[in-house]
Ligand binder design. Structure first.
Ligand SMILES: [Cu+2]
Length: 139
């Protein structure tokens, strides 16, 4: 953790940028009252000339977070944990329903319209980005 640069970003804008990675349109999926799991979606834009991978995430809503994607298996969609989400140089990778997502397990509280999340993303180039006040969305 010591050599990871933490960029603390604006509370009001969800148009966040660091030197090399830009995060846009972050939101948490609202949950039914008894659901313990949800997902965070966002877009990652790599503005550098090198491939960068998202390798870990932390949030105040849950102690257990995994990077996930969906796969088609036996004509069914299922989700699996993946070690990283790679963003090619000068391109955008979208985390969205049915595709890549940040999975939150064992939620401390249900996610409703008032919920705001704080999220820290860790990348394989030894940087991290903190996003605050992420809003929820009903999907
Ligand atoms: Cu998942």
């Amino acid at each position: 953790m010591l050599n990871k640069k933490i960029f603390i970003l604006s509370l009001l804008s969800l148009n966040l940028s660091a030197t090399e990675m830009e995060i846009n349109n972050a939101y948490i999926k609202q949950t039914p009252p008894n659901s313990k799991n949800t997902a965070i979606f966002l877009t990652l834009t790599n503005k550098s000339e090198k491939e960068i991978a998202l390798i870990d995430a932390k949030s105040d809503l849950s102690e257990k977070i995994e990077l996930h994607t969906h796969i088609h298996k036996d004509k069914k969609m299922s989700m699996i944990q993946i070690p990283k989400i790679t963003i090619s140089p000068n391109s955008t990778t979208e985390l969205k329903p049915g595709s890549f997502h940040i999975m939150l397990f064992d939620l401390k509280n249900p996610v409703n319209a008032e919920t705001k999340a704080n999220l820290t993303l860790y990348f394989d180039n030894n940087t991290s980005l903190k996003i605050e006040q992420i809003p929820s969305k009903k999907l």
